[in-house]
Design a protein around this ligand. Structure first.
Ligand SMILES: [Fe+2]
Length: 163
């Protein structure tokens, strides 16, 4: 039943997709294209949910081997990222965007982009994990994907229940 997934390769692959979506979101927001922005944010929400969940439930605890307590601050960065995503969702939930709101959504997309860039750096540490641990990571990553809970839904339910 254990799906063989390479956690390092798939982690980076997720980041590539999220990066491209966030760049498209920033462009759509600047063009004040609400329908497109909403569509892209919806895709990001679906992609990022299992990714964040895997990070918090599996990767960050594993990172304690290298980062010690600093790994806990990664969760706080997620708090900020989730709030940023909520702000973007709220703005894009409107029928149209003012110029300022368009800029705010673009700013949110870029803030999330910095998170993607920082997060990808964890791979350089993950490479030092034993094969056994990497196999465990791969299994949990696959499980999180299979469950497929979108970001904002996860944040308000499963994540909340754990904190
Ligand atoms: Fe990540």
């Amino acid at each position: 039943m254990s799906a063989k997934l390479n956690p390092i390769v798939e982690f980076r692959e997720d980041h590539r997709k999220i990066r491209d979506s966030l760049l498209s979101l920033a462009s759509a927001a600047e063009a004040r294209d609400v329908a497109k922005g909403r569509d892209i944010l919806g895709q990001i929400n679906v992609m990022v949910g299992p990714h964040f969940r895997y990070e918090e439930e599996t990767l960050y605890p594993a990172m304690k081997e290298f980062l010690g307590d600093y790994a806990d601050s990664l969760i706080k960065e997620h708090d900020v990222a989730i709030e940023t995503a909520k702000t973007a969702a709220r703005l894009l939930g409107q029928p149209s965007l003012t110029e300022e709101e368009g800029k705010d959504v673009a700013k949110a997309a870029r803030a999330l982009l910095v998170h993607v860039s920082n997060c990808d750096g964890l791979n350089i540490l993950a490479e030092r994990l034993s094969q056994e641990k990497l196999d465990g990571l791969g299994e949990h990553f696959a499980k999180s994907r299979a469950e497929g809970v979108p970001l904002l839904q996860w944040a308000d339910t499963i994540r909340k229940a754990k904190s």
